[in-house]
Design a protein around this ligand. Structure first.
Ligand SMILES: Cc1cc2nc3c(=O)[nH]c(=O)nc-3n(C[C@H](O)[C@H](O)[C@H](O)COP(=O)(O)OP(=O)(O)OC[C@H]3O[C@@H](n4cnc5c(N)ncnc54)[C@H](O)[C@@H]3O)c2cc1C
Length: 318
C-alpha cells in the first residue's frame, strides 16, 4: 500500500453497508474502489434474515431517519423481487401495540393495523407489510449494480487506514473496525439461525418471550424458511451450536407447529457489529485526506443501509 490508486474514494468493506455506500457514491459519478477481506457470502450481512425493522441499533433519532429513507428505496426495489431479492411481505410483530410502533413509523408502514387473534394467538401484535430481503440474492445484486456504475471490487485486507494513498477512504468494515480503527467499543452480538424447508408459511412473525428470548419466522423464495434467533453479547464463536439450533426450532414451533418436523437446510451464524452508537462521521487526515466512518450498525444494518450510505456519500464529498 502507500502507492496512488486510480480512484477518488476507497470503500473498505463489502457487506451490505459497504456495497450500498459504494453504489451510492459510484452512481453520483465518483470513481470508487471497494476492498473486502471476505467474499459477500462470508460477511455478517449474508447471514441476516432479513427484515426491515430497527433492532439493537442506536441512536434512536438518526436511526429512524436512516430506516425511513431505506424503506423508500426497498419499496422501489421490491418492484423487481427476483433480481433484487427485496419483497414487501405481510407479517406480525408480536408483543407490540400500535402505540409502541411509534409515530415515526406508524404513518409510513404500509397496511399497519392490530393483528387479529387468528394472526397472532399468543397475545397482542401489530400487522404490517415490510421489506423482507433475501440476502444471498440482494448482496450479489448490489455488487453487480456497483460494477455496472464503473466500480471496482478487490479482495484486499487493510491493515492501516492511514496508508491507502487515496484522498477519501470510507470505512464500512463492521466488526472489523474493532481492529482496524482500532475501536474496542465495537463488539460482537452473536446470532444463530436455522433455515428449514418451508412447510407453507407465507407471512413473517416476530415474537419475544417473557424471558427476552426471540422466535421469528421469515419466509424466503425457493421454499426456504429462516428461523431465528439469538443475540449473545461478546460471544465470538462462528460455529453453529446444535443445542441452540434445537431451541430455535422448538420456540418457532410454538408459533407454527409444522416447523417442528421440517427438514433443516442450513445453519447460519453471524456476529452483529454492535456499538453504543453507529459511527457515521468524517475525520480529517494529514495532507488534506479524509476518512469517513460508517460502521457499528448492530442488528439493523440492512434496515438503515441506504440512509447511512447517502449520509456517508455527503460526508465523503464535502
Ligand atoms: C443472525 C442475524 C440476523 C440479522 N437479522 C437482521 C435483520 O433482520 N435486519 C437487519 O436490518 N439486520 C439484521 N442483522 C444485522 C445485519 O446483518 C448487520 O447489521 C449488517 O450485516 C452489518 O453490515 P456491515 O456491512 O456493516 O458488516 P459486514 O456484513 O460484517 O461486512 C463487513 C465487511 O468489512 C470487511 N472487512 C472487515 N475488516 C476488513 C479489513 N481490515 N480490510 C478489508 N475488509 C475488511 C469484511 O470482509 C466485510 O466485507 C442480522 C444479523 C445477524 C447476525
Amino acid at each position: 500500500m502507500g502507492t496512488e490508486l486510480d480512484c477518488d474514494v476507497l470503500v473498505i468493506g463489502g457487506g451490505v453497508v459497504g456495497l450500498t455506500t459504494a453504489v451510492v457514491l459510484a452512481e453520483r459519478g465518483v470513481r470508487v474502489r471497494l476492498w473486502t477481506r471476505d467474499p459477500v457470502e462470508r460477511t455478517t450481512s449474508a447471514v441476516a434474515g432479513a427484515l426491515w425493522w430497527p433492532y439493537r441499533i442506536e441512536p434512536v433519532v438518526p436511526v429512524r431517519a436512516w430506516a425511513l429513507r431505506s424503506l423508500e428505496v426497498y419499496e422501489e426495489l421490491a418492484a423487481r423481487p427476483e433480481a433484487t431479492g427485496v419483497r414487501m411481505v405481510e407479517g406480525v410483530l408480536g408483543e407490540t401495540g400500535l402505540d409502541e410502533v411509534g409515530a415515526w413509523a406508524a404513518a409510513r408502514l404500509p397496511g399497519l393495523r392490530v393483528a387479529t387473534v387468528e394472526e397472532y394467538p399468543l397475545g397482542s401484535g401489530v400487522r404490517a407489510r415490510l421489506p423482507l430481503i433475501d440476502m444471498p440474492v440482494h448482496l450479489p445484486w448490489l455488487r453487480e449494480r456497483f460494477l455496472a456504475a464503473g466500480g471496482v471490487v478487490e479482495a484486499r485486507t487493510v491493515a492501516d487506514l492511514s496508508e491507502t494513498g487515496v484522498p477519501v477512504v470510507v470505512n464500512c468494515s463492521g466488526l472489523g473496525a474493532r481492529e482496524l480503527v482500532p475501536d474496542p467499543s465495537v463488539r460482537p452480538v452473536r446470532g444463530q439461525l436455522v433455515v428449514v424447508e418451508n412447510p407453507g408459511v407465507r407471512t413473517w412473525t416476530v415474537s419475544t418471550g417473557a424471558d427476552g428470548s426471540m422466535a421469528y419466522l421469515f419466509p424466503q423464495p425457493g421454499r426456504r424458511l429462516v428461523l431465528g434467533g439469538t443475540a449473545e453479547e461478546d460471544v465470538w464463536s462462528p460455529e453453529p451450536d446444535p443445542g441452540v439450533a434445537e431451541a430455535i426450532v422448538r420456540r418457532c414451533a410454538v408459533l407454527c407447529p409444522a416447523v417442528a418436523g421440517a427438514r433443516v437446510l442450513e445453519h447460519r451464524v453471524g456476529l452483529r457489529p454492535a456499538r453504543d452508537a453507529v459511527r457515521l462521521e468524517r475525520v480529517p487526515l494529514p495532507g488534506g485526506r479524509v476518512l469517513v466512518h460508517n460502521y457499528g450498525h448492530g442488528g439493523a444494518g440492512v434496515t438503515v443501509a441506504w440512509g447511512c450510505a447517502e449520509e456517508a456519500a455527503v460526508l465523503a464529498a464535502r
